[in-house]
Write a protein that binds this ligand. Structure first.
Ligand code: PHE
Length: 499
């Protein structure tokens, strides 16, 4: 039943890059980098990429290929007591897909709005009042926003059919088409950005280093957070995707290609976004600092404002920009859902299609929570907690387990034996010492900061309920699923070596 494999190497790489390149690259990276010292941010960013990002990616690709199953079954196969780590990561992916799908559907709505520049002259008001119907506080949920449900439905139908069609005719086919298209479309945006008046002002601003930020732990936290989120590591995703690799596949080179592909795109997005901001600053005589809003504001307020003022082809530019966001988001969403599907299939011995139906129904109905008047608040809080604590902690546990309680060297040797090139003992040092020390330090600082000032000034009651609540919920879901019985008589221990 579970012997699906990628059609070829390109298929695997494009799927992995498709998962990595997402909303995180186009809209998260530019403002995170900017807020954390611009050019100076690149130092911690590259450090995190080389010492944690690539080593963990190599680890996950290696584990996936070795285990040949979903994350829970792979971990269990290596050690009976580690299944829960897999389920914890699967549960984190569950929490993330519920809101990630909603952001994609906002981008879908905005692609449509672009045709008529429907946001008018007040994009900010349009977003918060007319589109999101944002309530006064997290605690007032507001009504269900039916106009958001439509694009949300389209998102889910698309993801559903992709996974339902299988690995090769679904995921591989979609990413082989979507990724090249995404890159071509984005290059057009980049070209337009760079040729606008004032582009250089923006780029200068982006790269001008603020060295004082390099000594701030928050910058390091942001760099690690960005690398984990952007590379999709510690979400069980890369383990799952690599489990569909033939046994003789390369690991090391694939990891480098995926990581550099992702970071290259990220840098390109930074340059593009800032060249466009430079144009806006020149046009409206505003300082870039006042333009570069974070998060939702950048994509859904600043960009519409800029699109309004472009000299020509405004609508086309809008469609292109939001269209690429949708594309980038969809290929990531597919990967997140596949993690859950693979795990459920393995544990309950289900056919792909049955698992896809159930998992989609549950995730899609949970995502409706964010299509309410308080959706944006909930999304913001849950995203912060699940990514700062859930993922980073799951990553920390993963490197400690494999660095200290497993024969790490054997994983490296196994990877080397089938890879284009071999990696040396530096890898063991990263997994064993550097990454755990950095992650531990960051998490502790982060926790201290959390108690000092409530995140974004939200009421503490809401932060605890939704934020800490969802991070803890992921652990609980993980434990519950671990305790359930394996339905597949061959899973997971007996299958070792069988495939
Ligand atoms: N890596 C994706 C991005 O940059 C997002 C993602 C996060 C995908 C977590 C899967 C898991 O947007």
């Amino acid at each position: 039943m579970k012997n699906e494999q990628w059609g070829n190497r390109t298929g695997f790489i494009l799927a992995a890059v498709g998962s990595a390149i997402g909303l995180g690259n186009i809209w998260r990276f530019p403002y995170v980098a900017y807020e954390n010292g611009g050019g100076a941010f690149l130092i911690p960013y590259l450090f995190a990429l080389l010492t944690a990002g690539i080593p963990i990616l190599i680890l996950e690709f290696g584990l996936g290929k070795k285990g040949g199953g979903s994350a829970p079954s792979t971990f269990r196969r290596l050690n009976k007591n580690w299944e829960w780590l897999g389920w914890w990561q699967v549960a984190i992916s569950f929490v993330i897909i519920t809101y990630y799908s909603v952001i994609i559907s906002w981008a879908m709505s905005y692609t449509k709005f672009s045709f008529q520049l429907e946001w008018g002259n007040e994009p900010k008001e349009f977003l918060f009042v007319n589109y999101l119907h944002l309530t006064e506080s997290v605690w007032s949920i507001g009504g269900l926003q039916t106009h958001i449900l439509w694009p949300l439905l389209i998102t889910w139908v698309f993801v559903f059919f992709t996974l339902y069609s299988g690995l090769r005719s679904g995921i591989e086919r979609v990413t082989k088409f979507a990724m090249p298209l995404l890159i071509v479309l984005f290059l057009i945006i980049t070209f337009r950005g760079l040729t606008l008046d004032g582009a250089i002002i923006g780029i200068n601003h982006f790269f001008t280093p603020d060295w004082s930020k390099v000594w701030n732990y928050k910058t390091w936290m942001a760099a690690y957070g960005q690398i984990f989120f952007s590379l999709s590591i510690a979400y069980a995703i890369m383990i799952t995707y690599a489990s569909y690799l033939p046994k003789k596949s390369d690991v090391n080179n694939n990891a480098f290609i995926t990581a550099f592909g992702n970071s290259g795109f990220e840098l390109l997005a930074g340059i593009t976004v800032f060249s466009i901001l430079g144009f806006m600053a020149l046009q409206s005589n505003v300082d870039i600092n006042d333009l570069a809003a974070g998060g939702v504001g950048l994509a859904f307020v600043v960009f519409p404002t800029i699109i309004n003022t472009l000299p020509a082809l405004n609508q086309l530019f809008g469609v292109l920009f939001f269209g690429t966001l949708v594309l980038a988001g969809l290929t990531s969403a597919i990967s997140i859902l596949e993690v859950i599907v693979a795990a459920i299939r393995d544990k309950f011995n289900l056919q792909r299609r049955t698992a896809v139906i159930w998992v989609t129904i549950i995730c899609a109905s949970s995502s409706i929570t964010y299509a309410t008047g308080a959706g944006l608040y909930l999304l913001d809080i849950i995203d912060h907690f699940v990514n700062s604590y859930g993922v980073v902690l799951a990553g920390l546990v993963q490197v400690i387990i494999f660095g200290w309680f497993y024969r790490l060297k054997t994983i490296r040797e196994e990877n080397n034996s089938t890879s284009d090139f071999a990696i040396g003992p530096w890898w063991d040092i990263m997994i064993k010492y550097i990454t755990p020390i950095m992650l531990l330090f960051i998490t502790i600082q982060n926790l201290i900061g959390e108690f000092k000032a409530p995140y974004e000034g939200y009421p503490v009651s809401a932060l605890v309920t939704f934020g800490a609540g969802s991070a803890i919920l992921a652990v609980i879901i993980g434990l519950i699923f671990t305790s359930l019985k394996w339905r597949d008589p061959n899973q997971p221990e007996k299958k070792r070596g069988a495939s």
